[in-house]
Design a protein around this ligand. Structure first.
Ligand SMILES: Cc1ncc(C[n+]2csc(CCOP(=O)(O)OP(=O)(O)O)c2C)c(N)n1
Ligand SMILES: [Mg+2]
Length: 361
């Protein structure tokens, strides 16, 4: 029952030519630059939180290949259902850094008007559903959307992101079972990053792998090296194409590692060893992809410097903009909830405005 781990790029940067996906040089470079942007954004995001400039941060350090490789396999009409680490997937699908930063600062330009946790971004125009903080709730949503597409005959696939911890939730079972029975066009993308906050993956399941669980639901499960962007792209693309052709769902287990803290409220040194982290740092997905690009002679030292400088410059600009924008207006607590504001919310809004007026006197 063991499912093998698919790898295209070896840790040395060597690659398996027969399974190397067909991506142009410019596109490969673009994907790498996006991974660099995401890495730098992560580092800066945590710093902003530590400096007290934003309230909370949840990053994806070490999971950049998972995000970029998977989202790149989707078409614009497909839908992504993220958990809470998938800002890289949003950027790939067309979110701008400025929009993302407005969300970090929960300012008046934040499309969600401060209602969501940092990085739980969503944007309708890119079919990117707002992030789910309650673990696994997005799984049945993705399956339901896929079923709707199937009934309507729309060539739409849904891709749902979740962690190893989420596989212990009822919603994982509900979604997997429903998808298997109704053969919905859904790709289940589990980022097995070995930890659910402080709970190791060994405590989530005694199954040999997460991928094998698909068998019990009547569909295919595959295991892919989660630090190999090309292996991920290849695997997700196959699953997406199969789903689009009516072949039903696939469960993909991307084996990776959360190199940073669970969130800005977590201290991983309390539950895992330095050695374990160092072992995974040696498997860094960005270093691996860079070695591959260098082997193919399409990446140089000066490209690297430019990618780093551009990323940091873009982040600086987005921060400078977002920090200048004031907080959302008080009324936004009540607006955008119902199309017509009900009487009890009108009453609460009035009370709050009166209270604010009193304080300002
Ligand atoms: C239903 C529910 N239970 C508990 C939590 C608290 N919680 C937040 S993240 C998390 C760990 C989830 O781990 P995993 O699914 O592996 O995702 P990862 O954070 O590793 O990406 C937990 C238990 C929650 N948000 N929702
Ligand atoms: Mg996890």
């Amino acid at each position: 029952m063991t499912v093998e781990l698919l790898q295209v790029i070896k840790p040395t940067g060597e690659y398996v030519e027969e399974i190397e996906p067909d991506i142009s040089k410019d596109e490969l470079r673009r994907l790498y630059r996006l991974m660099v942007l995401l890495r730098n954004l992560d580092i800066r995001g945590l710093q902003l939180q530590r400096q007290g400039r934003i309230g909370f941060f949840i990053g994806s350090l070490g999971q950049e290949a998972c995000q970029i490789g998977s989202a790149y396999a989707l078409k614009p009409q497909d839908w992504a259902f993220p958990a809470y680490r998938e800002i890289g997937a949003a950027l790939l699908r067309g979110a701008t850094l400025k929009e993302v930063m407005n969300q970090y600062f929960a300012n008046a330009e934040d499309l969600q008007k401060g209602r969501q946790l940092t990085n739980l971004y969503g944007l309708k125009s890119i079919n990117f559903v707002t992030g789910s903080a309650p673990i696994a709730t997005q799984i049945p949503h993705a399956v339901g959307t896929a079923l709707a597409a199937k009934i309507r005959g729309d060539p739409v696939v849904t891709l749902v992101y979740f962690g190893d911890g989420a596989t212990s939730e009822n919603d994982f079972h509900t979604g997997m079972n429903f998808a298997g029975v109704f053969k919905t066009p859904t790709v289940f993308f589990c980022q097995n990053n070995h930890w659910a906050i402080s709970v190791p993956v060994e405590r989530q399941t005694s199954a040999e792998t997460i991928a094998v669980k698909a068998k019990a639901y009547g569909f295919e499960g595959v295991r892919v090296d989660g630090n190999d962007v090309l292996a991920i792209y290849r695997t997700v693309k196959e699953a997406v194409e199969k789903a689009r052709k009516g072949g039903g769902p696939t469960l993909i287990e991307a084996v990776t590692y959360r190199m940073g803290p669970h969130s800005s409220s977590d201290d991983p040194t309390r539950y895992r060893t330095k050695e374990e982290l160092e072992e995974w740092q040696r498997r860094d997905p960005i270093t691996r992809f860079r070695k591959y690009l260098e082997k193919k002679r399409i990446w140089s030292e000066s490209d690297e410097k430019k990618a780093q400088d551009d990323a940091n410059h873009e982040i600086d600009e987005a921060i400078a903009h977002a920090e200048k924008i004031p907080r959302p207006a008080l009324e936004t607590l009540f607006t955008d909830v119902y199309s017509d504001m009900p009487w009890h919310l009108e009453e609460q809004l009035r009370e709050l405005q009166e209270e604010k007026g009193r304080k300002e006197e």
